[in-house]
Each structure stands twice: as C-alpha cells, then as structure tokens.
Design a protein around this ligand. Structure first.
Ligand code: 5AD
Ligand code: SF4
Length: 452
C-alpha cells in the first residue's frame, strides 16, 4: 500500500502539561518518519493535530472553538490531499471519543491517551476514505516506549518513567483520562538516557504524574531513588523531574539532592492548599505539617533549593480562614514560582458533587491577593542571586531581542544576557556558560557571560 502521508505537511497544537508536550514530540517523530514535514502554521499544514488537555475548563472550551474555526482556513495550494485532515488526541480525545465528531462534523480522526501509535494508521484511513475514524482504548498493557521521538531541542529531553495516576485527588480528571499508573522498566529508562547522553543531550527531565511512586507495579519494586542513581550514572549533565506528590516524597529522594552530581537544586512540589480541612477534602493524603516538614528536610540538604508549587484557589467550601492558611504557607515557604489556578469543576470527579456558594468575586479577589504575594516572594527569591556566577544552559535568544541570550540556571531561573563579543547565539545554544548575575527581576535574571 502506498503511504498517503508522504509529501504532506503537518502541525501540532499542544495544550497542557509536559506529558502532552512529550506526546507531541512522539507524534512528530512518527509523522516525520512517514515523510511528512513539520510546519509552523495551520495555513501551511495539510494535517493538523491537536494534543488536548481537560484538566481545567478553559483549555477544554478553547479546543472546541479552535477546531470549529479551522473550517474557514483553506487548504494550501499544492497539497497532495483533497482536503485538510484534522485529528484530536490527548485527554479530550480520550474523554469524549465519538462525541467529538458529533459536535465537530469536519473532524477526521480522534485518538486517545493509550494509542498514540495508532495515529498514522487512522490518518491514512481518513485520507483514503474521507470518513471519520475514532479509536479510543480503555487502557494499554505496555509502556509506550517504542515510538520514535522528534525532540524539540537537541540539548534537552523529556523521559517518561511512569504514565497514568492512581491518586484520585478529588478535583482531578487525570486518573480518568490517563488511566492507572504504570512504571517503565528501569533498564528501558537508562537505555534511553544513555542514547541521549551519547547524542549530546545536556538535560533530562524525568516525567510522570507522580514520579515518587515509581516502581510499585514492577517486579522487585525498584524505587524512584534507584532511577535517580541510574540516571546520574549515565553521565547526564543536568537531571530534573516532575511531578512529585508530597505524600510519596521519600527521605531517599531528598538525600539524592545532596549526593547526586547531576540532580539540579530545584523541586516542583505541588501543595494545592495550606488548609488541612481542604487537603482532606481534596484527598491529598498529607497534612500541612507533613508538607512543611518535607521543606525543612530539603533545605537541610540544599539550603537554597528553588521550590515551586501548584495551588488551587476556590475549592468547594474553602473559607477565608482556609485561604489564609494557604496564603501563610506560601509566605513561609518562599517559593521561586507558584502556578495558581482557580478551581474548575470537572464532571465525573468526586469534587464535582460538592456544593459551593462562595461568590465568584470572592474567589477572584483571593486569587489576586495570592498572585500578588507569589510575585513578591519570587522577586525576593531572585534577589539572592545578585552578584553570583551561575552556569547557564543557553536555550536560544530572548523573544524580544535576537542579540540577547536566554537560558536556564541550575535552579531553573530564566537568565538573559548579551551575546559576548566574538561569539554568536547559534554557537552557544545548547552549551552551558558561566554568567554573572547583575540584575534580578521577578521572573528572570540578567547577567553577563564571564570567561570560564
Ligand atoms: N481545577 C483547577 N486546577 C486543577 N488542577 C488539577 N485539576 C484542577 C481543577 N479541577 C491543577 C492542580 C494540578 C495542576 C496540574 O492543575 O494544581 O497540580
Ligand atoms: Fe491529578 Fe492528583 Fe494525580 Fe496529580 S496526583 S494527576 S492532581 S489525581
């Protein structure tokens, strides 16, 4: 059979988390392998793939709007296809399946979170017969490792070590659309990491909805600290991971921040709320005290570790007192970054059954108050870097100025600085250069490359 994808162009719109971004790299890898060319815009693309997120309502509504508006974008001249092929995958694909094609009649392909690998076949069928093709599986037994990956950057790689989630936080849709937690065999992980190191990758980010519970479903129950040890031994320069559930963060993992050369001094540890009453209603299974105890242990190992977190404001029944518990926790911890979300009701989750009569404006006012605090604390955290020289992994140039380098410090802060005389941005991208920090803003640092 001829390959109908050959000679086409495609683009991918990705919503949501790093896992989705990584899945998009896999879709790119598969389509490029079949001879399709990645382009930037929908206008140039014969095939448009949406990798979707349904964690909050906003992304959900946007997806439906964006797919609907595609109807009006003409197919490029010279396309080998008779019409543009539109595919929706990821979490909304998994949740809504067939329903999507009923609401969006010009949609051609729907796939879910367990069958990325089916996409090329579904696209080929849609090209051949012009009909809808929907394939959503309840679960998959294998860890999806064998798909090719077209990485966005040559110097950085995401490496999934678990997929799915068994935690069932009461507000969260993820366990229903990503399925039960599955761990990837350790040899498989290290093998992929070794290949990346050989290919010159400088930074690996281990991915999973909850990396801390790695291995529970595997023979011999290798734990997450063993994964960190194995990764460090590959010689990778920088190692990070996300996301970590506080109830499963072990002393072993905390110690690794002090002992492993490659593990960067930054940790994303979502707290969600500082109120024990709300934490219990969220089914988070830790207390404020336990969480603060973890922070204390981490700071004993790495005193200036950069901490970031996620917080939900407006969970059903949250009072001013509960909110202030969160506010005071943020003040006490002094995060470098906080991702703040207003609670969004997700049908099918236990929290969707809870009644709440807190007015929308009250929730918004609390949210704004928290954001102000978050900015003040982020600014304070960055002031400590003034005058320091830090190794910066150069990622490119600033969006606003092609002559300004942009990169990341070990603590994951964005660092800007002028391209040094006699060098070009292109030759520095993907390398680690020492920079002296001259200015510290809320969301970035500015510095000067110094001779290493
Ligand atoms: N409403 C608001 N925020 C949510 N998150 C997850 N589910 C919801 C929801 N229903 C947030 C959590 C999680 C982050 C990825 O998204 O803070 O850590
Ligand atoms: Fe959702 Fe909780 Fe699982 Fe995170 S740990 S994905 S918030 S259910």
């Amino acid at each position: 059979m001829t390959n109908p994808i050959q000679g086409t162009t495609f683009c991918i719109h990705t919503f949501g988390c790093q896992m989705n971004k990584h899945d998009s790299e896999r879709v790119s890898g598969m389509l490029e392998g079949l001879g399709s060319l990645l382009v930037d815009t929908i206008e140039e693309a014969d095939i448009v793939v949406f990798m979707t997120c349904c964690v909050r309502e906003a992304a959900d509504t946007r997806l439906y709007g964006q797919v609907a508006s595609l109807k009006n974008v003409p197919l490029r001249a010279g396309s080998p296809l008779p019409k543009r092929i539109v595919a929706v995958g990821g979490c909304i694909g998994q949740r809504d399946g067939e329903k999507l094609t009923e609401q969006l009649p010009h949609l051609d392909v729907v796939f879910g979170t367990h069958n990325l690998g089916s996409l090329p076949g579904l696209l080929a069928q849609a090209v051949a017969d012009g009909a809808h093709h929907v394939e959503v599986l309840e679960s998959s037994s294998d860890f999806p490792t064998e798909l090719p990956t077209a990485r966005e950057h040559s110097w950085a790689a995401w490496l999934p070590i678990t997929v799915g989630c068994d935690n069932f936080c009461s507000y969260c849709i993820v366990p229903y659309v990503r399925g039960r937690e599955k761990s990837r065999p350790l040899e498989d992980i290290t093998e992929e990491a070794r290949r990346y190191v050989e290919a010159g990758v400088k930074e690996i980010t281990l991915l999973g909805q909850n990396v801390n519970s790695y291995g529970r479903d595997l023979y011999g129950e290798p734990r997450f600290d063993a994964v960190l040890d194995a990764l460090d031994a590959t010689g990778i320069e920088r190692l990070r991971f996300a996301t970590s559930h506080p109830k499963d963060l072990t002393d072993g993992v905390i110690e690794r921040f002090g002992t492993l050369r490659s593990l960067m001094p930054a940790l994303h540890l979502p707290v969600q709320s500082g109120s024990d009453r709300i934490l219990a209603a969220m089914n988070r299974r830790y207390t404020r005290e336990h969480y603060l105890g973890l922070i204390e242990k981490l700071r004993k190992v790495v005193p200036d570790i950069a901490l970031s977190t996620d917080i939900i404001v407006g969970f059903p029944g949250e009072t001013e007192e509960d909110f202030m518990d969160t506010y005071r926790l943020v003040e006490a911890v002094g995060y470098s970054q906080v991702f703040t979300f207003i609670y969004s009701k997700r049908a099918g989750t236990p929290a969707a059954e809870l009644h709440d009569d807190t007015p929308r404006e009250v929730i918004q006012e609390r949210f704004d108050r928290l954001v102000d605090l978050v900015q003040r604390k982020a600014w304070e955290a960055n002031q400590g870097e003034l005058g320091a020289t830090v190794p910066v992994l150069i990622e490119g140039t600033s969006k606003r100025d092609g002559l300004v380098l942009a990169g990341k410090s070990p603590k994951n802060q964005t660092v800007h600085g002028p391209v040094p005389a006699g060098r070009t941005a292109e030759e520095l991208v993907g390398t680690i250069v020492p920079m002296r920090i001259d200015e510290a803003r809320t969301w970035y640092l500015s510095g000067t490359v110094v001779d290493g």
